[in-house]
Design a protein. Structure first.
Length: 276
């Protein structure tokens, strides 16, 4: 199947009410052709709550705006913007909008193109936790404590969830680009979802360009040359998610992103993948 990129607006392709005061907006997922990946925006009114439930796959919850409380089998975490928690498949958890005067906005990612949800009875004693313990199934990443690294000059990244944190089938994090910054042209061996959370971005994919802002999301299938550019005079930031445990990328000549060179000219061996 020939899959090409899709740009999903900040309000998503599909919207539904998960519970009173909780709106779900789907970005990437099976409905746009994504494989092994769904990303969403969840908007929670003050004190609204999604009761205990499980998923059959890994889920990562990252706060975009406001504050949230995530309870995992009774362990309660108070999350600030860009804090993230990974919950493995089959583990019961609940989410509450903890902001008092404004909605809480979350980014959620699932290691499935069609995740399901099963609600379960709550019989857990609540205990407040600052950090997760290695013996517990969940993993909490505090944004302020996450290691910072550069993929290009003035493009700084932090990993929020992934295989080394217990996730299976997804990994992701936060990246901020200073004005004039871009990543080199590259591709991945799995699908990617990129949501712009601050500023304005240009997404360049195999000769096409798209402008994104305000939670607009780009879904890029595996094997498609792409890069993100900040052509504005203000910082731009994103939440990125890959449909794999560990990030990988193959750096390409810029011409593949600009459309001057064709990806068909690259051999499978040069991309580091099997011919099948």
């Amino acid at each position: 199947m020939n899959r090409t990129e899709r740009i999903i607006p900040g309000d998503g392709d599909r919207a539904s009410e998960l519970a009173p005061g909780i709106q779900l907006h789907i970005f990437a997922g099976g409905h746009v052709g994504a494989q092994g990946l769904t990303t969403c925006k969840v908007t929670m009114q003050a004190q609204s709550m999604l009761t205990y439930h499980t998923h059959p796959c890994s889920e990562a919850i990252t706060v975009l705006e406001g504050r949230s409380q995530v309870l995992v089998e009774g362990r309660r975490y108070h999350l600030e913007p860009h804090d993230s928690v990974h919950v493995p498949g089959g583990v019961a958890h609940s989410v509450r909008g903890a902001s008092t005067n404004a909605p809480t906005v979350l980014h959620t990612a699932f290691a499935s193109e069609a995740p399901t949800r099963d609600f379960v009875a709550s019989r857990f004693e609540v205990v407040d936790c600052l950090e997760s313990d290695a013996s517990w199934p969940e993993h909490v990443t505090r944004f302020e404590g996450a290691a910072i690294y550069q993929l290009a000059p003035q493009a700084r990244f932090r990993d929020l969830f992934g295989g080394r944190f217990g996730a299976r089938g997804i990994c992701g994090g936060y990246g901020i680009f200073e004005p004039g910054t871009s990543l080199p042209c590259h591709l991945h061996h799995f699908d990617e979802s990129i949501t712009i959370v601050t500023g304005r971005a240009v997404c360049q994919v195999a000769g096409r360009e798209y402008e994104l802002s305000g939670y607009d999301t780009a879904w890029v299938p595996r094997g498609r040359p792409h890069r993100f550019i900040n052509r504005s005079d203000k910082p731009m930031a994103m939440i990125w998610v890959y449909a794999g445990d560990t990030p990988d990328r193959v750096i390409l000549d810029q011409g593949y992103c600009e459309g001057v060179l064709s990806i068909a000219s690259l051999s499978d061996s040069s991309l580091g993948r099997d011919a099948n």
